[in-house]
Design a protein around this ligand. Structure first.
Ligand code: G3P
Length: 215
């Protein structure tokens, strides 16, 4: 499974990229807004750090505007993919952009029917939001499993990005069902490394070794 980071914060992206496990980055307008810089500046900086897909979301809500904004963003770097929110206009824009070789990530996916339509339109990625489904008492993991089954049934090349991940158990769950990509917040990535028994074990190895050197 590929691991993307779900943030627009340059320092956090650099830190996780240095771990050697990062395959890509997803941003969204809410994450960009937190950084106090414009989308193009942030995406340009990210493209200099990470060698993998980078999602940049357009703000137009009509197909023509989406295509125009998408073409502009795609010029920044070949790794940029255009993130579009699920709606009819997005399907139309996805068809155009994908036919020009510009990759599209259809976001705000909350049903397998939406994912099927996005794939049919030529989306390179779909982003089902599992945490936001869990928030309203629906099974987000089940949605991702359904989408994986449908895409496998028909041989779609569209990759599934598990988004809106809220904790390490979400990551384990999507990895177990064979999801292509998980886009993970910085705090969750940090939690994935930690285990109290690992810390305890390291402390014991060091203490035992140091004690032996004093004898
Ligand atoms: O990037 C989209 C998605 O991951 C947002 O997550 O936590 O705001 O539901 P969240």
């Amino acid at each position: 499974m590929k691991i993307f980071i779900d943030t627009a914060n340059i320092e956090k992206i650099k830190e996780i990229n240095d771990w050697g496990i990062l395959d890509g980055v997803t941003t969204n307008p809410s994450l960009i807004a937190k950084e106090g810089k414009d989308l193009k500046t942030i995406v340009t900086e990210i493209s200099k750090i990470v060698d993998g897909p980078i999602s940049a979301e357009v703000m137009s809500m009509d197909a023509e505007g989406m295509v125009k904004e998408g073409r502009e963003l795609a010029k920044i770097h070949p790794n940029i993919n255009i993130k579009l929110p699920m709606c009819v206009e997005t399907l139309k824009a996805t068809k155009v952009l994908s036919s020009e070789g510009i990759k599209v990530n259809v976001t705000l996916i909350f049903s397998s029917q939406q994912a099927l339509l996005a794939a049919k339109a030529g989306a390179a990625f779909v982003s089902p939001f599992l945490g936001r489904l869990d928030d309203i008492g629906t099974d987000g993991i089940q949605l991702i499993a359904e989408i994986m089954t449908i895409f496998n049934n028909y041989g779609f090349n569209t990759q599934v990005i598990a988004a809106s991940i809220r904790g390490p158990m979400h990551v384990s769950a999507v990895a177990q069902i064979g999801c292509d990509i998980a886009t993970i917040p910085y705090d969750v990535l940090k939690k994935m490394i930690e285990h109290p028994k690992t810390s305890e074990g390291i402390a014991k190895f060091i203490a035992d070794y140091e004690k032996s050197q004093k004898n």
